[in-house]
Design a protein around this ligand. Structure first.
Ligand SMILES: [Zn+2]
Length: 323
């Protein structure tokens, strides 16, 4: 574990911030090379809480399972490579920040709502039928050809969040999570409409809707019409807040409450149901996976795709050293 933290903490900071400070006093000061490349042990392992157990895996083996679990293997190579870099960056930042107690001591877990989805590549491949060998090769080469590459903002690894698909623009982090992140701004996205169920209608029986809202917002008043006010929307179209029975509720809260695919929705009240019409899938921040596919189909390379979705970032390289 220590080796990984050296890699994610001291080594990066050694290279990018030295001689400003050394963050881990208890660790030996590692001499950083003068170049951007960082030499680390070939044995870079990650501990993963998966299926209730903690497993130790080589980072690349873990990333193969993440990429295969997070993005359809039939996507273009350049989209898969962008996914591999985003997943590697996310993993290393996550591992350096998450309190070990939250994962039974592991660096990351396989819960997509907490860290990233993960399954062993072989287990996912078993569902690919005749395409297994081809798809496995694609996944392995997406991870292998981007070996050691991570995204940096002002020299530090970024929180490389991603989502399945958005409306025509991604969401800025500030609009979804209330905190501005310079590299997570709203940008144009193409190709998202190819995603399955890009637009989806969800009908919630009126009594169920009222009961769920009242359980959290006891002062909501459903006796007046209309129940819904005009939503306040982000630049990307997501619902930031909307008045429901006179109470302001965020789009994200409604999304969670009713299992909506996204907070980019219109809502209307019918006689027996509340009807949501959602666009996209996920929080909408960072790289859109279907957008990455769309840009790859237009001929864009993974570096360009990443630069498009993560504003002002650079690609850094961690170079592995055989020991
Ligand atoms: Zn986790």
């Amino acid at each position: 574990m220590k080796r990984f933290f050296l890699l994610s903490g001291t080594l990066w900071l050694s290279v990018f911030l030295l001689p400003l400070f050394t963050p881990h006093d208890e660790m030996p000061l590692l001499r950083a090379p003068e170049t951007e490349a960082v030499a680390v042990d070939a044995e870079t392992n990650v501990t993963v809480l998966t299926g209730g157990k903690v497993e130790t895996l080589p980072l690349d083996v873990y990333l193969q399972g993440v990429v295969a679990a997070e993005m359809p293997a039939l996507f273009p190579e350049e989209a898969l490579k962008a996914q591999a870099v985003a997943a590697r960056t996310y993993t290393m930042k996550r591992a350096s920040e998450t309190p070990a107690a939250s994962h039974k001591g592991a660096m990351v877990c396989d819960d997509p709502n907490h860290c990233k989805a993960y399954q062993p590549l072989a287990a996912i491949s078993a569902n690919w039928g005749a395409s297994s060998a081809d798809y496995e090769e694609k996944i392995k080469s997406a991870v292998g050809e981007t070996d050691g590459e991570i995204l940096l903002y002002e020299g530090e690894p970024i929180s490389a969040v991603f989502h399945s698909s958005c409306a025509k623009k991604t969401e800025a982090a500030a609009d979804v999570w209330g905190r501005d992140v310079p590299y997570l701004q709203s940008v144009e996205s193409v190709g998202d409409t190819d995603a399955p169920n890009h637009e989806k209608t969800v009908r919630v029986p009126i009594e169920e809707f009222r009961t769920k809202v009242l359980a959290t917002y006891a002062t909501a008043d459903f006796s007046k019409s209309p129940v819904f006010g005009e939503p306040v929307r982000s630049a990307a179209g997501g619902v930031k807040t909307i008045s429901v029975g006179g109470v302001n509720i965020t789009g994200q809260q409604l999304r969670m409450m009713f299992g909506l695919r996204s907070a980019n929705f219109t809502v209307s009240e019918e006689a027996d149901a509340v009807v949501f019409q959602t666009v996209g899938f996920g929080h909408g921040v960072g790289m859109s996976q279907y957008g990455a596919r769309g840009l790859a189909l237009q001929g864009m390379e993974y570096r360009e795709i990443l630069a498009h979705y993560y504003t002002g970032t650079q690609l850094g390289k961690i170079e592995k050293k055989e020991v």
